[in-house]
Structures are given as C-alpha cells and as structure tokens.
Design a protein around this ligand. Structure first.
Ligand SMILES: [Zn+2]
Length: 255
C-alpha cells in the first residue's frame, strides 16, 4: 500500500528554501526527500551527524537501529546525545533530539543490534540504508540485505585520525558490493573504544554519508559508487580510489 507522494506545504517551502534554491534539488528533489524513508544503522559517532542532517533536511521517516545505551565516553563525539541522556537507550536519546530539531520527521526506534534477517525486514521499503556501526559483521550483513532488496547502501568508517566512505548502489548492475572491496571474513582489528578517535573526524565522515544519502534521495550528482574516499586528518588529505565489481565475488554471484 504505497501512499501517493505528499506535496510540500507552504511552511515546508519556507523551511527547506535553501535546498529548494539549489537547481540540483529544487522543489521536486525536496519533495522526494520529504517522501523518503531511510534506515540508519548505529546512533553513535557517525550516526550522529547522519541523523541530525537527515532530520534537518526533512527526510520523511528515519528508522534508527542501535542496541546500546549512552555512555559518558560517547559524548566527546556522538553529538546527537546530551549529558542528561547518559544511561538512556541511544535510540530514545537520538529520537528525542531529532523530534526537537524537526517534528515533521517520523522517527522509528529499533532498540537492538540487527542481524541480517532483521535488517532485511526493516530495510524493506526504505530508499537508502546508511551504516555507521563500527564492525565488519554488520557491514557484511547490511551489504547482503541491501543487495537482496536492490537498495543503495551508504557505508562509512572512522578511527583515530582517519576515515573512509563509499556507496554501494544495488539498483545499478555495475555497482560493486562491500565484499568486492573488503572480501568477507575480515575481523575488526580495532574500535574507537580501544584505539580512540578525534571527535570531528567521525563528524566529517558522517557528514559525507549524509551528503551522499541526500544525493541518492533527491536524485542528483554522482554518488561514490565504485569509489572509496579516504580521509587522513593529520594532514587533512582526501584520496579517491576506484574499484570495480570482483568477477569472483561470492556475494555478487547471488545477484
Ligand atoms: Zn561483490
């Protein structure tokens, strides 16, 4: 039961006017954003700017999946949470702040770490899945779920002073998958919890993920498909690496 797309109200035309002024977005692009649904995996350092920018942009429905509670050590970088939210579920804390930012946005809390089967269920009907969790197993699961559903996955990671972003758009036959880039079976060597991370570095990577998500939703520009962008904040250098579908990728062979 698909609902017909909603027209923008006068208030929304004003609120999103700085998007609408962009010829790449215009009224039609903003309307697509307002009528979209996005699943965000992880309400942590990457998830914070992703959630805040997507809510500010007026994404119609945001599903937030995270099974953790807010810890005091999160607050140095996870800017969607507040000191008063320590001990609360991250999904509840993020939802409260997004509601304050933009009450137009419907926020659904998924208070658990999703496995592949539950990701498939929640991602169905979403326009984009964005992943900001800090482990490979979630990324492999999101990769397979998005491939099965034919929807784009915006992936990001950050640790220390470095980060990386890429987009896997399963609506396109030429798009590589996450496993073409990082063959299945990689383990997490380090996490922010053990190795540390500079707060704004996750902000930079999460913001790039938000940019890519809005491009996919509104339908403009060239997303980072087949491109891995890496950031080294120590000398503030960004690099682009091109990669293709692996002919023998075991995950892609199921496409
Ligand atoms: Zn692949």
């Amino acid at each position: 039961m698909t609902q017909p797309p909603k027209d923008l109200t006068d208030h929304q035309l004003l609120r999103y006017s700085r998007h609408i002024l962009l010829p790449q977005v215009d009224i039609a692009g903003q309307q697509r954003i307002v009528n979209s649904r996005v699943l965000v995996l992880g309400a942590g350092g990457l998830g914070s700017p992703i959630l805040l920018y997507l809510a500010a942009a007026g994404v119609g429905e945001i599903l937030i999946a995270d099974g953790d509670s807010v810890d005091e050590t999160n607050l140095q970088r996870q800017i969607v949470h507040r000191t008063g939210s320590v001990g609360e579920k991250k999904t509840a804390s993020a939802r409260a702040n997004l509601a304050e930012l933009n009450s137009d946005v419907v926020v659904t809390e998924i208070d658990s770490h999703l496995d592949e089967a539950s990701m498939l269920g929640w991602a169905r009907g979403c326009d984009v899945v964005v992943i900001g969790t800090d482990n490979f197993s979630s990324r492999y699961a999101a990769n397979r779920a998005c491939m099965a559903l034919g929807i784009p996955l915006v992936s990001g990671a950050a640790i220390g002073l470095s980060g990386q972003v890429s987009v896997f758009d399963f609506r396109r036959d030429d798009s590589p998958c996450f496993s073409c880039l990082f063959p299945d079976g990689l383990d997490d060597e380090a996490s922010c919890a053990t190795a540390g991370v500079l707060g704004p570095v996750v902000g930079m990577i999460g913001s790039v993920q938000a940019v890519e998500t809005l491009k996919l939703l509104a339908g403009f520009g060239e997303p980072l498909v087949g491109v891995l962008m890496t950031l080294d904040a120590s000398d503030l250098s960004w690099q682009r690496f091109r990669f293709k579908r692996l002919p023998d990728c075991p995950v892609c062979q199921q496409r």
